[in-house]
Design a protein around this ligand. Structure first.
Ligand SMILES: [Zn+2]
Length: 181
């Protein structure tokens, strides 16, 4: 197993009223903090909040799945909730799954952590390394003679396994493996 690169999803929250009047007012917030963000925080202090300031919009985002854009503050908060479930150390893996395995989405456009857990097989140096461990876990060689194991056709087995899994290159080297359902 290899370790994942740590990435933390964040959104740039801006004040709609200020931005409409030509003042770029806003700030980056990690998705798991978005729910509690106040108008004063978006403005960098209560003294910068004007009477017309009310609506907060997401104007940019980092480390959300490709294609996720123009989301609301509550949708950003929903991504923050799944971040808490999945964990920041597995976020890159989670993004790879979102972008390559077309999971089902809820009303906020966010997939389910349970579905991710079922599909996720972790990060491996190579797909072959995963396949060897998988075969072992499944008891493929149970009661086989040593000789039979030695002549096992790993290339063919690995090739067949490719139909049941999605393999995605990890940025830090190695591959993420997801089971297809
Ligand atoms: Zn404002």
């Amino acid at each position: 197993m290899t370790t994942n690169t740590c990435v933390h999803p964040a959104v740039w929250l801006g004040c709609l009223s200020c931005n409409n009047s030509g003042h770029l007012v806003g700030c980056w917030f990690p998705c798991d903090m978005v729910e509690e963000v106040t108008l004063a925080e978006v403005h960098g202090g209560r003294q910068h909040v004007y009477p017309g300031c009310e609506e907060v919009v997401v104007l940019d985002s980092d480390y959300l799945p490709r294609g996720v854009s123009e989301i609301s503050q509550s949708q950003a908060a929903a991504w923050g909730e799944i971040l808490v479930d999945v964990g920041v150390d597995r976020w890159e893996e989670f993004l790879a799954w979102c972008e390559n395995c077309s999971p089902s989405l809820d009303v906020n456009g966010v997939p389910s952590a349970r579905e991710f857990e079922e599909a996720d097989q972790g990060c491996w140096d190579s797909f072959r390394e995963f396949v060897e461990s998988w075969a072992d876990d499944c008891g493929v060689f149970c009661q086989w003679s040593e000789e039979a194991v030695r002549y096992f056709d790993w290339d063919r087995y690995e090739c067949d396994c490719r139909h049941d899994f999605t393999i995605v290159d990890a940025s830090g080297g190695g591959v993420f493996v997801f089971r297809d359902f």
